[in-house]
Design a protein around this ligand. Structure first.
Ligand SMILES: [Zn+2]
Length: 429
């Protein structure tokens, strides 16, 4: 059984490397840099093992010695850090209106960004458009590229990067990850765009939580679910696909072919369609946002209605998962408080009071959330890096107080040592 033991040894070594790297990336519980001895204490590994792993990480340029820390008696220990620029992440958002690609550092800061209009691109043409954009951003990168993360619309098999179905782009069983990997010779990870958005909030967000739901509302509506620090995708990667749940069987025709899906009531096109019918002329999202800001009653009523339908769906998620932190993102979030208030009210009315009472529903604070989520997917799967989550919100925080600033990150170390690092199975293509 030699092959098995070799594999086991390799897995152990890889696990240890990820554990040590993640510990150096995070720093000590108070946020200060760690030494080799600190890393051994925090990981439970021997100092010999940690030293060997650190040597390897130093040689790979993933870790740097940054000087001596405060002495506690003897010689002050050498402190270690993961330089932000030691690897460059390429994050891609295959959005409805434009494709966006960016070079991102290991702390989620965008270094370069490029966009291309994508509204009418379909099938193979849309793939070529994405490849051209990725080539453009790779040409602008100065540094060592870790790989490419992609947030795509539709149902995505993240184990091999296949887009199982995307109605928007007419993709079926498209091996997108394999196509991009073959073109650029880099590791590629693909996830659904809403799932990527939830990962962005989990990995790079201000108030990281062990469990969270990110809901993205634009042309489509999808939720990304992070449970116990890992993306939860369900049995067939479709967890959180709430947009095509029928809400009103007597409602409007949906682009999926059925009638009265949530998207026909709560998406941006649904809102703009309703406004067009009421105003007697087409209206853009930007115009509608400005009208809402001016207090236009017609627009505000339509925004509230869209928010109410989304809130009912959120109530279902709260009932199913009792996740206390829910973040809303996507183009619809531009309506801000009036929309958020409608979502909160309907979610609270629709869920058991004791569950809804300790749930916070907030607007996400991350720009280019899918680009950063795709980068986070790449970083967590490839390196196992993801800051330790803070504790879940205390009981008593409420929907009403949902916008209060998050508790300072305590970074307490509990539970499994490497939240996303351990689930490497499958991954890159
Ligand atoms: Zn539908």
């Amino acid at each position: 059984m030699e092959p098995l033991s070799k594999a086991t040894l390799r897995e152990t070594r890889e696990h240890n490397e990820r554990l040590v790297l993640a510990t150096i990336y995070d720093g000590a519980p108070d946020g200060t840099p760690v030494s080799r001895a600190d890393a051994a204490r925090l990981t439970g590994l021997t100092r010999t093992t940690v030293s060997a792993v650190v040597d390897m990480l130093l040689a790979a340029g993933l870790v740097r010695e940054i000087g001596r820390g405060p002495s506690t008696g003897g010689k002050a220990p050498i402190q270690l850090a993961v330089p932000d620029a030691s690897r460059v992440l390429i994050g891609v958002d295959l959005g409805d209106r434009e494709f966006t690609a960016a070079a991102v550092n290991l702390r989620g800061e965008i270094l370069h960004r490029a966009e291309v209009p994508s509204e009418d691109a379909d099938g193979a043409e849309a793939v070529e458009l994405a490849l051209g954009l990725i080539a453009q951003i790779l040409g602008a990168v100065d540094g060592r590229v870790l790989g490419i993360g992609i947030g795509a619309p539709g149902l995505v098999d993240t184990t091999d990067g296949t887009v199982v179905q995307s109605v928007k782009r007419s993709w079926r069983e498209l091996p997108l990850g394999a196509i991009v990997a073959a073109r650029f010779g880099l590791p590629v990870y693909v996830a659904n765009d809403s799932q990527a958005a939830a990962l962005a909030e989990h990995v790079f967000g201000a108030a990281r939580a062990q469990n969270l739901i990110g809901i993205k509302v634009g042309e489509g509506i999808g939720a990304g679910i992070v449970l116990n620090g890992a993306l939860f995708q369900g049995d067939g990667f479709g967890a959180g696909e709430i947009g095509h749940t029928v809400v009103d069987p007597m409602g409007d025709r949906c682009r999926c072919g059925r009638t009265g899906c949530l998207e026909t009531l709560a998406s941006v096109p649904a809102l703009l369609g309703r406004l067009q019918a009421e105003l007697g002329r087409p209206i853009s999202l930007g115009e509608a946002v400005m009208a809402a800001e001016r207090g236009d009653p017609t627009v505000l009523a339509a925004v509230s209605e869209a928010g109410r339908h989304l809130g009912q769906a959120v109530a279902g998620l709260i009932g199913a998962l009792h996740v206390r932190r829910i973040v809303l993102a996507g183009p619809m979030a531009a309506f801000g408080e009036p929309w958020l208030a409608a979502v909160r009210t309907a979610a609270q009315a629709g869920a058991l009071a004791s569950l809804a009472g300790d749930t916070t529903i907030e607007l996400g604070g991350i720009d280019h959330i899918v680009v950063l989520g795709a980068s986070a997917l790449l970083m967590t799967r490839e390196l196992g890096l993801s800051l330790r989550p803070i504790h879940p919100p205390r009981r008593g925080s409420s929907l009403e107080r949902g916008l209060e600033p998050a508790a300072p990150p305590s970074r307490a170390r509990t539970g499994t040592p490497v939240p996303l690092g351990a689930q490497r199975g499958g991954g890159g293509v």
